[in-house]
Design a protein around this ligand. Structure first.
Ligand SMILES: Nc1ncnc2c1ncn2[C@@H]1O[C@H](COP(=O)(O)OP(=O)(O)OP(=O)(O)O)[C@@H](O)[C@H]1O
Ligand SMILES: [Mg+2]
Length: 261
């Protein structure tokens, strides 16, 4: 298998004049193979979004190397689709035009892509809202527009930062299953960040568990649940074992005990 994503000893420190440096990420190394689905979990502020922005070519590393398909990342790439933690849509563009944005940016055929855009609008259940503007949508709907936009140019790879965080639990499960289907049928490489441990176990081939800031990889877990996975995978006894193991790593079992749960 080829290496789709590789981080070697990546360290990130944010510096601003007059302020102490923030050591966000500390010597993170990981490799993701082509067509693999991996999740990154870790406490708030541990550098998950920073890692994604590094891979997306939006922020440089302080030390180490980030590479995609063997090439050092220096700027955003066309073969990567990104869903940010916040939807970042253009307010003066309609839903349809927001989804088509990568096609315009990369100068691809709008005719071909508009069929894909329509299919994606159906997939993310926004039919009827094509001509709406972002401010006319709920947060969850905006995030679904961002998901469709990330997929419209059929990139090889998806980098997703808590893509379903703003969705209600039910829609979230539907989107997870849909994402799994897209991944299975179109064989993409997916790196998805989430703070939801169950979501990570449900989706991933491997889960990278990060420590609190400065973010380091505490452990990499191979998830051996059979595929294709549907929601009943969550009733597999191994599912609960994986979730508990990660909770322990993150010290969540103790805080739950303290709260009397
Ligand atoms: N542009 C920036 N300038 C200065 N500090 C930053 C910047 N971006 C992130 N940081 C700091 O880096 C650390 C990691 O932030 P990051 O957003 O990567 O965390 P996260 O794991 O994604 O958190 P969350 O789960 O809350 O989204 C934080 O302490 C944050 O304050
Ligand atoms: Mg984040």
């Amino acid at each position: 298998m080829d290496t789709a994503i590789s981080l070697s000893d990546v360290t990130k420190r944010f510096t601003r004049k007059g302020l102490p440096a923030v050591h966000a990420v500390d010597r993170v190394s990981l490799e993701v193979s082509d067509h693999e689905f991996v999740c990154v979990v870790g406490p708030s502020g541990c550098g998950k979004s920073t890692l994604l922005r590094i891979l997306a070519g939006l922020t440089p590393v302080t030390e180490g190397r980030a590479a995609i398909s063997g090439e050092t990342v220096v700027s955003p790439r066309q073969d990567v689709g990104i869903v940010f933690q916040k939807p970042v849509l253009l307010p003066w563009f309609t839903v349809f035009d927001n989804i088509m944005l990568p096609i315009k940016i990369y100068g691809l055929s709008e005719e071909k892509a508009s069929a894909a855009a329509r299919q994606l609008i159906e997939l993310v259940t926004l039919t009827g809202f094509e001509k709406s503007y972002p401010h006319e949508l709920s947060g969850g709907m905006q995030q679904r527009v961002a998901l469709a936009r990330a997929l419209v140019h059929d990139p090889k790879m998806l980098l997703m930062d808590e893509p379903f965080g703003a969705l209600d639990a039910m829609t979230r499960q539907v989107m997870n299953v849909e994402l799994m289907r897209i991944w299975e049928t179109r064989k993409k490489t997916v790196l998805l960040i989430t703070h939801d441990i169950a979501e990570a176990v449900f989706l991933a081939d491997r889960v990278f568990v990060m420590s609190a800031r400065p973010g380091r990889i505490l452990e990499t877990l191979q998830i051996e649940l059979p595929r294709p996975r549907r929601l009943q995978a969550m009733t597999d006894p191994r599912f609960a074992d994986y979730v508990q193991h990660i909770q322990k790593l993150l010290g969540l079992d103790e805080s739950a005990a303290m709260l009397g749960h």
